[in-house]
Design a protein around this ligand. Structure first.
Ligand SMILES: Cc1ncc(COP(=O)(O)O)c(C=O)c1O
Length: 446
């Protein structure tokens, strides 16, 4: 079977047994990539095409894909461990929780493990409600916290919530970055404010200076807790260990997931203060997860944190981020007809296009030039670029030249053939018709 035939077979099987619309959407955006080999900042389609991974499962591969040290730690763990009995105390959980206490800011020192980001948010909300005895959770419009129970109730996109209503009561949303709007809804019934320091799926939205500090102070005034969701922004992504460090704000509860698993295992953590831990002391079995913080996953995550710490990855992300943003700003200045703004921090960059259809169309064109990048879930007009943090200068340069070339193709009217399965790779297809955007539904392909 040739690589191309194998690829079509996978897509057909996926369409039959998972979802045919997902296959159609991915084809239309030139993202019908089936991941084969993966290494560092790169991923190869099983047809052999190489891509610079700038999606990274929405920021899940900070230490790079299959980092050799992390792979070795996983092998070593598999040789001796398994998931472990979740009800027992565990050496790996204890070590990872201690390490998280070291690398998280301020007095965050206690951990509850989960297996995914949504689960970490669910526990954060449970802890906030349980320890304050208050009901209300305030989150933000266009915020994203996952698709589990409490996390979905806090989702900032109505189309994610509506089919499943009624969801949890007493969830309120306010516009992100608007301190007055937040202050107006806070009262003695507020258990917690839940937000991302920089909105990821919402379109890489950096709040105004002073916003996070203002939120912290407003929470303190009414006795509400501050939950910061650092699931995309944490572990070095923004050029600091945690995005809240840019503002010197320490939350009461912080969530991390995605990159904690080093591209190999599912794991999440909700980290909180010792004071809040009091709620759990009388009943240590009030929140349980069979796979949350499995011994295998903890062993891998420990190595991930060691790699970040010992290789200077946070500083490296800051330096590469400066290069990336300098290049992005120059491209934006040269193409105001395509890009209205670039924003973000470190290696969390958002490109605001002039209109929604450009998100999927530019995904298509970037893929033709060897870059895997996907527009924001809640803002199709925003391309997010979140490469691995192990990206080097040459790869930043490659990304920028691919963006330049993709814009040229877009302006030249090149576009995909209508979902053509045998479309040649890397050769822009001239078309006078509309691009992929015309066939793409609003919202994320992810
Ligand atoms: C900020 C943020 N919070 C929570 C989640 C949910 O994580 P998971 O998909 O692991 O449940 C995501 C996922 O993209 C996220 O970006």
């Amino acid at each position: 079977m040739t690589d191309g035939v194998r690829k079509q077979a996978v897509l057909e099987q996926f369409a039959t047994f998972l979802n045919p619309q997902k296959v159609r959407v991915m084809r239309a955006a030139g993202l019908d990539i089936i991941e084969g080999e993966r290494s560092g900042p790169w991923v190869w389609d099983i047809d052999g095409t190489r891509y610079l991974d700038c999606f990274t499962s929405a920021g899940s591969f900070n230490v790079g894909r299959r980092h050799p040290r992390v792979v070795a730690a996983a092998h070593a763990a598999v040789d001796h461990l398994d998931n472990g009995n979740f009800l027992l105390c565990s050496e790996q959980k204890a070590m990872l929780a201690a390490k998280l206490a070291e690398v998280t800011p301020g007095d965050l020192s206690c951990t509850m493990f989960g297996s995914g980001g949504g689960e970490a948010i669910d526990f954060a909300v449970k802890l906030a409600r349980g320890s304050t005895g208050r009901p209300t959770v305030v989150s933000t419009v266009n915020g994203y916290h996952g698709h589990t129970g409490f996390a979905l109730s806090a989702a900032g996109r109505a189309s994610f919530r509506q089919p499943f209503e009624p969801l949890m009561p007493d969830f309120v949303q306010v516009p992100f970055g608007d301190l007055d709007a937040l202050v107006a809804v806070l009262d003695e019934r507020t258990a917690a404010v839940l937000l991302e320091p920089i909105q990821g799926e919402g379109g890489i939205v950096v709040p105004p200076d002073g916003y996070l500090a203002g939120v912290r102070a407003a929470c303190d005034r009414v006795g509400a807790l501050l939950i910061l969701d650092e699931i995309q922004t944490g572990l070095g992504r923004t050029g600091r260990w945690w995005a809240c460090e840019h503002d010197a704000v320490v939350p009461d509860i912080m969530t991390t997931a995605k990159s904690l698993g080093g591209s190999l295992v599912p794991i999440s953590a909700t980290v909180f203060t010792e004071e809040l831990r009091e709620f759990l002391i009388p009943n240590p079995f009030i929140h349980l997860s069979t796979f949350g913080g499995s011994d295998l996953a903890c062993a891998v995550a420990l190595e991930v944190l060691a790699v970040i710490q010992e290789t200077g990855l946070v500083e490296h992300a800051a330096a590469m981020g400066e290069r990336l943003f300098a290049g992005l700003r120059a491209i934006a200045a040269a193409h105001p007809e395509v890009i209205t703004e670039v924003r973000g921090r470190g290696l969390m960059a958002g490109i605001q296009y002039v209109e929604d259809s450009l998100g999927p169309r530019m995904s298509y064109h970037l893929a033709q030039h060897g870059v895997l990048a996907i527009y924001s879930g809640n803002q199709p007009a925003v391309m997010r670029l979140m490469p691995t943090l192990v990206i080097e200068e040459d790869e930043v340069a490659l990304l920028l030249s691919a963006l330049d070339a993709a814009i040229d193709d877009l302006l030249a009217g090149a576009g995909p053939e209508e979902a053509a399965p045998s479309r040649p790779k890397r050769r822009p297809v001239r078309s006078t018709g509309s691009g992929a955007g015309a066939t793409m539904p609003a919202g994320s392909p992810s």
